[in-house]
Design a protein around this ligand. Structure first.
Ligand code: HEM
Length: 433
């Protein structure tokens, strides 16, 4: 944590408050004075951007819920009512819909940053796992939100995804069907289904807020990792969070907001599917049922496997495997900047994610299917084979001895330490666990 509190109440009221409920002290120590490595790059601004996204989704979502009707006969029209009649309703709705995409864009960058710089490694495993829990909650929330307009894609996405539970029939006959009907609240996707999806879509974001608070808490125990992966050794290697990082985060957020606004005002529907402007019809199946872009890689994994049960296991497994990452990675150093072999595998993984995203939007046949299977294989191999093996065989490149040395160069660097000595050519010292 930040160490001893540096907060000094400046007025009598503040002192009175501080003795009874020291929230201002906590905010000051955690978000003003908090010692932050001085070498963080712009990839470290995405945590703040994600908090902004969460806030925007909550505010716009609460306003939308004031006008939305979670009933199968009214839902579609209530969305059109929001778009046409409610003051600024179009803005609320487009910001919320585009906001979901922006949220996922930011979270993918945030996760990849963690994978590149080894931010999941000791002592930040819990922080990472809390992140994975947030990611799962985000997936569930976005899926449920997409069902609410009750358009064709909403209806058929719910039908396809809820039916996945039916695969459990292969384990215990009847079990899958029982679960699916329980989830539906009937014998088909219908009004009870829409009602519960709305109820849970409202609840989950608040659960995300709770886990985000734990995530920040778990971050502030060891403090931030940084691009070198070397921990802070001297006081001068840290800057107070405010104003240095509040300004940097604000700048990055402004750039992100321009992109966000670009979509909202100039291309609000480009990230969605036109079929969702057709009211749900259980008697007409759309030609291609595709999820939103941010789910496409997982959809490709689901369809790459010929068995329904194993497809479902692979799809859930592709997310669950993230939990194991802190223990799968055997490398002695954190940052991929000093990992000549892992670096290549990491970028291949990024390409794999993009390729799976493309393939998820294509029909699962011919070459699309073959490539879908190949990339699915690499997706899992990256975690289960590359991470454990490369860490064992790779010799890290020359590392700076400290954050100071990384920022100012060797001559002005910190006094050599055990880890610093390794910088003069020898492989880096093992990280302390
Ligand atoms: C609502 C979603 C999320 C929010 C609001 C959030 C927020 C934050 C914030 C504010 C930070 C500190 C600033 C930064 O390092 O960027 C952070 C760090 C971190 N987050 Fe998240 N996060 C979210 C999701 C995730 C997910 C899904 C993962 C991983 C699966 C994750 C893993 C991490 C890790 C490992 C760090 C430490 C980074 C470091 O110091 O190197 N987070 N997060």
């Amino acid at each position: 944590m930040a160490g001893k509190s540096t907060y000094k109440p400046s007025t009598g009221i503040e002192r009175w408050f501080d003795e009874r409920l020291p929230v201002i002290r906590i905010m000051h120590d955690q978000f003003v004075e908090f010692p932050t490595p001085r070498n963080l790059n712009y990839w470290w601004t995405f945590g703040g951007i994600l908090m902004f996204c969460l806030f925007v989704q909550l505010v716009t979502g609460i306003v939308l819920a004031m006008h939305y009707a979670p009933n199968e006969a009214l839902a579609f029209d209530s969305i059109e009512h929001i778009m046409r009649n409610v003051n600024w309703g179009w803005l609320m709705r487009y910001t919320h819909a585009v906001g979901a995409s922006m949220f996922f864009l930011a979270v993918y960058i945030h996760i990849l940053r963690g994978l590149y710089y080894g931010s999941y490694k000791a002592p930040r495993e819990i922080l990472w796992i809390l992140g994975v829990i947030i990611f799962m909650l985000m997936i569930a929330t976005a899926f449920m939100g997409y069902s609410l307009p009750w358009g064709q894609m909403s209806f058929w996405a719910v039908t396809v995804i809820t039916n996945l539970f039916g695969s459990f029939d292969a384990l215990i006959p009847g079990l899958g069907t029982a679960i699916v009907e329980w989830v539906w609240g009937g014998f088909a996707v219908g009004n009870p289904t829409l009602n519960r999806l709305f109820s849970l879509h409202y609840l989950f974001p608040f659960m995300i807020v709770g886990v985000v608070l734990l995530h920040i808490w778990a971050l502030h125990i060891p403090g931030n990792n940084n691009p070198t992966g070397i921990e802070i050794k001297a006081k001068k290697e840290a800057l107070s969070f405010h104003p240095y990082y509040t300004v940097k985060d604000a700048f990055a957020l402004s750039v992100f907001a321009i992109l966000f606004a670009g979509f909202v005002f100039y291309a609000p529907n480009v990230l969605g599917h036109a079929d969702n402007y057709v009211p749900a019809d259980p008697l007409v199946t759309p030609a291609h049922i595709v999820p939103e872009w941010y789910f496409l890689p997982f959809y490709a994994i689901l369809r790459a496997i010929p068995s329904k049960l194993f497809g479902v296991i692979a799809m859930f497994g592709s997310i669950m495997v993230l939990v194991l990452v802190p223990w799968l990675d055997t490398s002695r150093v954190r940052s991929a900047s000093y990992r000549p072999i892992y670096k290549w595998f990491f970028w291949s993984f990024v390409v794999t994610g993009i390729a799976l995203g493309y393939l998820g939007a294509m029909p699962p046949e011919g070459w699309y299917l073959i490539f879908g299977r190949a990339f699915t294989l690499y997706y899992f191999a990256f975690f289960l084979i590359v991470m454990p093996l490369v860490g064992l065989i790779e010799t890290p490149t020359k590392m700076p001895g400290s954050i100071t040395e990384d920022v100012l160069g060797r001559s002005k660097g910190a006094t050599p330490t055990a880890e610093g000595a390794a910088a003069s050519g020898a492989p880096a010292a093992p990280e302390k666990r």
